[in-house]
Design a protein around this ligand. Structure first.
Ligand code: MET
Ligand SMILES: [Zn+2]
Length: 782
């Protein structure tokens, strides 16, 4: 040992759900934002949640006298928290900080949510998860200071309760790698340029934590497992060396807690030897996505290595035997101590399987939510310290669960496998686009710049009330269906009044675009309380894809054909694509994702065939999550894009040339995967574009993309109603870049989160703008 390391527990988790088993934090925050609760009430709810978390984790077997229990609470987002600690608040919110640079809960909420014309911090996906973080804005002039001692207070709160926790902070390299250059930054500036200026503040935080009694701190550095942060690899590695020289070497060990650098979501690769060569006392490795390093790694001899063998990102029970094997190999690397951990924080999974009494007991026996995963960690830690015999019964039970999973009816269905195995290349290919284009033009007779929407119309309180009543058995299936049909009729009439060209039924019957299909396909189950945080107070309830997938009966056909019966205009059928269904569910881990995606694709293919047979001329298959599952490592991109594009094509290639296939993409930057979008071979692609002022169109024009494209002309993420002039400008800029015969007109995304007060005038403006631009083109309208 070159210097003193504080004792570390034999088992730990990197983080735990923060929103509460019954979404208590969500409810408290939303009441506060709505003016129905005081900040002090939210603080009290949060303190209570933190206390319950500590108590629960201790009950489940994590140590309280060694820093096994993370102190990783957040009111909204951990990246915003780091910005708050560093005092890095954008200038437009400068009035919200007090004399010492701190934000109160109201100010913190405003930075997260915006006010009037002051836009909130931008939100984007956290690594390859479905969690969204807030993007810090850092410029050359951003001042950093130790502005919020919240992490210190929360640590002290645990200590006062008799629990020695381990504070968790986003590390300096990741914080800067995920930040964006503040507006007005000079060309070539990158936030990582400010590393030397944030490190002294991190050092102060570490000193304060030590003074409060913390023995270990966890600094999260997932940027080091990714090629996708925009910071070149050599720059990231140099930053890691510099950061941990300043924090671990220059700052003497006696003046700070021991440092655990955590690298969730993947393999450190070249960053492992770099981190191992620093004086940090511990490294947490993701051994679910990554592997145990082979060969020797210099510098591990005086370090604690946390082997993240329990998957923090999915819900299946661990293969405890294999996990122990991995930990044994890890011990072979000669670290000072090997501890057991989760691969990532557990905030990606729900709290407790016991909260799902309605789930099939066999399925339930295969699952591990956060609490079950803590038990797995504790079991494995016993196995490591006392030997396999000490946990013999637990190993057997885990093996039994896996066997039951492999053998249970529905997990492997020969008819599904045979059908997939029997496919040849033609199942993935449509005919020539030119032929399709001519046939579709003839069948549809649409005007230039056809107008449409993305699918959903507002989910009104009445719809939600009816769905809840139906769920509770208070109204019959017929009553529910009648109410939804009445809504479809209203939506169709509204679209006709506004003058849209291609109509939708409005999706009132869908609670969620993935769960709806999960509920109607074999191979899926849905939970009652399985909420996970998506961003801020928003949660989703991912479905569980556990078995071979097939479609027992048509799903959307009755809704689409009913809508079509009400209007002579074409009504688009609406489906969610295979990649998005996978991305927003907990997916089986016992076969390649590509195979699972193709099973979903075949079920959708059948649905599309039924829609086509029922007379539907246009079918849209949404793939908003196509970019989200893109692997963090560049060398894995090609294989991913191959199977994801193939599954979309498998779902859509069974149609006649005169049936028009649309797809819809949103939520992220698609420029990077433009080739894949082209590869989908959809006749028309609608894509989020309003906020970026149609940036994507440049790529499209440059690539010579031949098919239809509908760049969003209305940013539906805010309640703002765009003016007719604004939409006209966007469309006018679009027709300058793209051949007008390819152009469609639509909003950025579905309208389900908006209200009719916004939707009706916005769509009217879109239609008026379209007429203006059509006239200016002098293309005859049909
Ligand atoms: C997140 S993409 C949403 C697409 C879906 N068809 C909707 O309009 O809601
Ligand atoms: Zn969308």
């Amino acid at each position: 040992m070159t210097h003193q390391t504080h004792p570390f527990p034999s088992g730990t988790v990197l983080g735990y759900p923060r929103i509460g088993p019954r979404r208590e934090l969500k409810k408290a925050l939303e009441a506060f934002w709505a003016g129905r609760a005081e900040a002090a009430e939210v603080e009290a709810t949060a303190a209570d949640l933190r206390r319950r978390t500590r108590t629960r984790l201790a009950e489940l077997g994590l140590a309280t006298d060694l820093p096994a229990i993370p102190s990783a609470f957040s009111f909204y987002d951990q990246v915003l928290d780091a910005a708050t600690v560093l005092g890095a608040v954008p200038d437009r919110f400068a009035d919200l900080v007090d004399g010492s640079g701190a934000l109160d809960l109201a100010g913190y909420s405003t930075v997260a949510r915006g006010r009037g014309d002051d836009l909130p911090l931008e939100m984007t996906k956290w690594f390859d998860s479905n969690y969204h973080y807030l993007v810090p804005e850092i410029g050359p002039g951003t001042t950093f200071r130790f502005a919020s001692d919240r992490p210190v207070r929360e640590f002290a709160e645990g200590l006062a309760d008799g629990v020695l926790t381990r504070p968790v902070l986003v590390g300096p390299v990741t914080f800067l790698a995920l930040a964006k250059a503040a507006e007005g930054s000079p060309e070539g500036f990158a936030p990582i340029d400010r590393l030397a200026d944030v490190l002294p503040v991190y050092a102060e935080v570490l000193r304060a934590l030590r003074a409060a009694g913390a023995t270990w701190v966890q600094l999260e550095e997932p940027a080091l497992v990714s090629d996708s942060t925009g910071v070149p690899a050599d720059r990231l590695l140099a930053a890691a060396t510099e950061a941990y020289r300043v924090l671990a070497t220059d700052l003497p060990a006696a003046e700070r807690p021991s440092i655990l650098v955590a690298a969730p979501y993947g393999d450190l690769r070249d960053a492992l030897p770099v981190l191992a060569a620093t004086d940090v006392e511990g490294l947490a490795l993701d051994l679910v996505r990554g592997t145990v390093p082979t060969g020797s790694v210099a510098g591990l001899a005086d370090k604690v290595v946390v082997g993240g063998v329990v998957d923090g990102h999915n819900i299946w029970r661990a293969d405890l035997d294999a996990a122990l094997g991995g930990l044994e190999r890890l011990e072979g690397l000669g670290a000072h101590q090997v501890a057991v951990g989760t691969s990532t924080s557990l905030f990606h999974v729900p709290h407790d399987v016991e909260d799902e009494p309605q789930l099939d007991p066999t399925l339930r026996s295969w699952l591990a939510f956060a609490d079950q995963k803590v038990r797995e960690v504790v079991t494995l830690a016993t196995g490591v310290t006392e030997g396999r015999e000490a946990v013999h019964a637990e190993l057997l039970a885990a093996a039994d669960a896996r066997r039951s999973r492999a053998e249970a009816p529905g997990v492997v269905r020969p008819e599904v496998r045979e059908r997939l195995g029997g496919l040849d290349a033609t199942a993935f290919r449509r005919g020539e686009f030119a032929t399709r284009q001519a046939a579709q033009a003839e069948r549809l007779g649409l005007p230039a710049l056809p107008t449409t929407t993305i699918g959903s119309f507002p989910q009104t309180p009445e719809i939600r009330v009816a769905r809840a009543a139906f769920g509770r058995g208070e109204i019959s299936a017929e009553q529910y269906q009648d109410e939804m049909r009445a809504e479809v009729r209203r939506v169709v009439e509204l679209q006709e009044q506004i003058g849209l060209d291609v109509l939708v039924h409005g999706e009132p019957e869908r609670n969620d675009m993935v769960q709806y299909f999960a509920e109607n396909l074999d191979g899926f189950s849905v939970t009652q309380n399985g909420w996970v945080q998506s961003y801020g107070s928003r949660c989703t309830r991912p479905s569980i894809l556990w078995g071979d997938v097939s479609r027992p009966a048509p799903i959307t056909v009755p809704w689409t054909t009913y809508a079509q019966s009400l209007t002579p205009k074409p009504v688009k059928g609406m489906l969610t694509g295979p990649v998005t269904i996978l991305a927003w569910s907990f997916v089986r881990d016992d076969q390649p994702l590509a195979d699972t995606a193709n099973q979903v694709a075949l079920a959708l293919r059948d649905e599309i065939a039924d829609l086509e047979a029922a007379g539907t001329a246009i079918v849209q298959v949404d793939e908003p999550a196509l970019r989200e599952l893109l692997p963090l490592r560049a060398d894995a991109h090609a294989a991913y894009l191959d199977w994801s594009v193939a599954s979309f094509r498998l779902s859509t290639s069974g149609v006649r040339p005169d049936t028009q296939i649309h797809t819809h993409l949103c939520y992220s930057e698609f420029g990077e995967i433009f080739g894949a979008i082209d590869g989908l071979d959809a006749d028309v692609t609608s894509i989020e574009a309003a906020r970026s002022k149609m940036e994507i169109l440049g790529d499209i024009a440059a690539e010579g993309y031949p098919r239809g494209i509908g760049p969003g002309v209305w940013d539906i993420h805010s309640p703002r109603v765009p003016s007719e002039a604004e939409v006209t400008d966007l469309l006018a800029s679009a027709v300058r870049v793209v051949d007008p015969t390819q152009l469609w007109v639509n909003p950025d995304c579905g309208l389900k989160t908006r209200r009719y007060e916004e939707v009706t005038p916005s769509l009217e403006h879109v239609l008026a703008a379209t007429r203006t631009v059509r006239d200016s083109l002098a293309i005859p309208t049909a």
